[in-house]
Ligand binder design. Structure first.
Ligand code: G6P
Length: 504
């Protein structure tokens, strides 16, 4: 997995832009960039050489795939963090984009990134499946770092430019940026769920977050339910009026002011690139090799996730272990491959999860494994897109069992890889993907272990005609709604909104 790809949680990075490239603003004119993306991570990885110099390498995530053509067609800049502490680097050009690194100190990484973003907001926004920690020092760092991103974006943007801010790490940036630059058109996309008010109101700084987001003209969410959760939070926590998806702010003298629209724009992958990759003879050959390396079982099951407690990895492995225990599956005929890519390894909840998952895998393998037939092949690392495509092709059953997930792009990658119309997607109801893809997948509630066990067995035994019927439906959806269309549709709505450059 290219874990470093900014803001899109897919197994693989993708390239090759497709489709029409939206022009978001008029070319030329003033100094600065017409289109500015602001995301926690830059779409590159940095490494420090032994002589102290810095190298960078492209880290192609789904988001950059979607936005690169827009960046190249307009004067585009991308503001983000390098991923390393204290790395100060001048802005530089790469593949027709201006990359603008934001420096974070080791303490800011700990408080803003590992702390507030990933130990407060991440668990809170994912249905508190882990307990969020609330620390005032983390909040102070979150505010300070958001201000730094806003300042950097304000310095890059041309007069009247379009700025697109991404994800939960940067929710204060829209308002901070509008205060600095009321001339800009500002969009924000939330890649993760937006929680129901009953959970969101736990956050001591809930009102500031809502105000921060309302600095945007357009707020994009993965599902309609996320957008309505946000609108309910606005109604509960502010005096602004809302009408359907529109919030009307009040201006300085209390009169109705700027409008903000909140709506669903479900994100996708570069489906055609993935489809083409999985059709190459090399990938097809590799898929066969993988099956034979696994001991040629009848049924290969696959899980692919960042090692994150939202993904339901323990629930999935528990269900699988019980199926072996009950004798409904046996290790000579079936196997589970679990790719769990390293993630946020300095955060305690992730360290605990790793211990639990690895303990469970060890116990199940110890109890049920045979020479040449592991019960579970567990990999704690990432793979390049070619290997991922081969794994998807080798897998009869894809298990996506998230307890809560904004979208889940792995589910879409599996579908895009299966031009053979074989394979079964078992998909948690608690993913954005389930809202979009039903009724093609076998839907499960990962908390219901017995229900999940029945679904896994049904998927493993599904007749090829039924597999084909379901996979066709899934592919119609995934192949037509790709990430380029997602970006076009968000930017299309943002740039069509009437523009009022007033302060609130
Ligand atoms: C999720 C988030 C992204 C984040 C990614 C990887 O997809 O929505 O914003 O970049 O996970 O996590 P990391 O903490 O490594 O950036």
């Amino acid at each position: 997995m290219n874990g470093k790809g900014p803001s899109v949680d897919s197994a693989t990075g993708t390239e090759a832009p497709r489709g029409e490239v939206p022009r978001v603003s008029e070319p030329g004119g003033s100094d600065g960039y017409d289109f500015v993306v602001v995301a926690n991570r830059l779409p590159v990885d940095f490494s420090v050489r032994s002589d102290g110099g810095v190298d960078w390498q492209r880290s192609p995530g789904g988001l950059v795939t979607a936005l690169e053509p827009v960046m190249q067609h307009n004067e585009g800049a991308w503001v983000g963090w390098s991923g390393a502490p204290d790395l100060a680097h001048e802005p530089f050009d790469a593949d027709g984009m201006r990359l603008v690194p934001v420096t974070l100190s080791a303490e800011e990484i700990q408080r803003y990134y590992e702390g507030f973003a990933n130990d407060t907001l991440w668990p809170l926004y994912h249905d508190v499946v882990a307990t969020p920690s609330y620390h005032r020092a983390w909040w102070d760092a979150y505010r300070a770092v958001n201000q730094r991103f806003a300042d950097a974006a304000a310095a890059q943007a041309a007069q009247g430019a379009v700025v697109w801010v991404h994800d939960y790490q940067l929710q204060l940036v829209p308002k901070m940026l509008r205060d600095l630059r009321p001339d800009l058109r500002i969009g924000f996309f939330d890649h993760i769920p937006f929680p129901p008010i009953e959970l969101f109101q736990q956050l001591p700084w809930r009102r500031q977050i809502v105000e921060g987001l309302l600095g945007a003209d357009l707020l994009g969410f993965q599902r309609g339910g996320d957008a309505s959760n946000f609108i309910r939070a606005v109604r509960r926590l502010t005096d602004y009026t809302t009408r359907g998806p529109i919030v009307t702010l009040t201006d300085a003298d209390g009169r109705p002011g700027r409008h903000v629209r909140a709506a669903a724009f479900p994100i996708s992958i570069d489906s055609h690139r993935f489809d083409a990759l999985a059709r190459t003879p090399e990938v097809q050959q590799r898929a066969k090799e993988i099956r034979s390396e696994l001991g040629d079982p009848d049924v290969v099951m696959l899980g692919v996730d960042r090692l994150d407690y939202t993904k339901g990895i323990r629930h999935r492995i528990k269900a699988y272990g019980e199926l072996l225990q009950d004798g409904r599956l046996d290790v000579e005929r079936s196997t589970l491959v679990q790719v769990a890519s390293p993630s946020r390894e300095n955060v305690g909840a992730y360290q605990e999860l790793r211990e639990q998952v690895e303990g469970l895998v060890g116990r199940i393998n110890g109890e049920f494994g045979e020479y040449g037939h592991a019960a579970i092949s567990y990999m704690h690392h990432s793979y390049p897109p070619e290997e991922m495509a081969a794994l998807y092709l080798a897998a009869d059953v894809m298990l996506v069992t998230s307890l809560r997930d904004g979208m889940n792009l792995v589910a879409k990658e599996y579908v895009a890889a299966r031009s053979d119309e074989r394979g079964v997607l078992v998909l948690s109801e608690f993913t954005g993907a389930a809202d979009e893809l039903a009724p093609g997948p076998v839907l499960i509630n990962p908390h219901d272990i017995d229900g999940m066990k029945d679904a896994i067995v049904a998927a493993a035994q599904m007749d090829p005609r039924e597999q084909r019927r379901r996979m066709r439906r899934l592919r119609r959806r995934v192949m037509s709604d790709d990430v380029a269309k997602w970006a076009e549709s968000f930017l299309g709505v943002l740039t069509a909104l009437p523009h009022r450059s007033s302060h609130v």
